[in-house]
Design a protein around this ligand. Sequence first.
Ligand code: ZN
Length: 77
Amino acid sequence: MIDAQMGVCAICLTPGPEHVDHDHKTGRVRAILCFNCNGGLGQFKDRPDLLRRGADYLEGNVWKPTLVAPGVYRLPS
Ligand SMILES: [Zn+2]
């Protein structure tokens, strides 16, 4: 699998990944990751929606709910 990934982490492309990442629900192996990327996914609970929101946040899209009706707010999607 490391050969198939050309010897780099599937996320950050750092050489020498050594952590087998798997889907905790199905047990299916996804890829080989470096320590930081594997830990990062765990910190975000393996949730793509949270990771996308984190990326948006870092790119400067400030978290700001929109008032859609009196007392009703919508979160940025
Ligand atoms: Zn990595």
